[in-house]
Design a binder for this molecule. Structure first.
Ligand SMILES: [Zn+2]
Length: 180
C-alpha cells in the first residue's frame, strides 16, 4: 500500500472523468490520490513525493478530530456498558438463563451478538439508541442463550419479554441495522 512520508495510508483511485492527477487531504485526515485512467501509478507516486511538505502542513492545520472522536467513543462505551449490563441482568433472570460477561465493541454493522460460551457483545452505538430498541436488542441476545437460531421457538421467547418486537425490528431495518 502507498503511504506518505509520515506513514499515513494513501487511498488511490482511478477516475475515468478525472483529467489530472489530484491529491487531497480530507477533514478526517485521509490522503486521497485520484488518477485519470491513462496515468500510471508511478506518476501518482511522483506527485505524492512532490507534495509531501504540503501534505504535512495541511494535516498540521486540521483540528485534532480523531483524538476527540476516540474519547467520545470511550465515553459511550462506558455508558453502553452500564445500560446494557442492567438490562441483561434483568432479562436473563426473566428468561432463566445466565451469561458470563458483556463486551462492548465497535463493530461496523452489528448491534449485538452472543457466543456459545455466554459472552454478550454489543455495539457502543446502542448508547445512542432509543431505550426500547436497546432493550429489544438485549432481549434478542439473551434469548439466543436458550435458542441459538431464529426459529419460531426463538421468536416466541422474544415475544414473551417484548411483545412488540416486530416494531423494533422494523425500526432497526429502517436504520440500516444488522442483528445477529
Ligand atoms: Zn439473532
Amino acid at each position: 500500500m502507498l503511504k506518505t512520508a509520515q506513514g499515513l495510508p494513501v487511498l488511490v483511485r482511478k477516475n475515468r472523468r478525472a483529467r489530472h492527477i489530484k491529491l487531497y487531504v480530507t477533514g478526517q485526515r485521509e490522503v486521497k490520490l485520484t488518477l485519470p485512467w491513462y496515468a500510471p501509478l508511478s506518476a501518482g507516486v511522483a506527485v505524492l513525493k512532490e507534495k509531501e511538505v504540503w501534505i504535512e502542513k495541511t494535516l498540521a492545520k486540521l483540528p485534532p478530530r480523531i483524538t476527540r472522536a476516540k474519547a467520545e467513543i470511550e465515553h459511550y462505551k462506558t455508558v453502553a456498558f452500564d445500560q446494557l449490563s442492567a438490562l441483561a441482568e434483568e432479562h436473563a433472570v426473566k428468561c432463566g438463563v445466565t451469561f458470563r460477561n458483556i463486551r462492548i465493541g465497535d463493530q461496523a454493522t452489528r448491534w449485538g451478538s452472543c457466543s456459545r460460551s455466554g459472552t454478550l457483545s454489543f455495539n457502543w452505538r446502542l448508547a445512542l439508541m432509543p431505550e426500547n430498541i436497546r432493550r429489544y436488542i438485549v432481549i434478542h441476545e439473551i434469548c439466543h442463550l436458550k435458542e441459538m437460531n431464529h426459529s419460531p421457538r426463538f421468536w416466541s421467547l422474544v415475544a414473551a419479554q417484548y411483545p412488540e418486537y416486530k416494531l423494533a425490528r422494523k425500526w432497526l431495518r429502517k436504520n440500516k441495522a444488522d442483528l445477529a
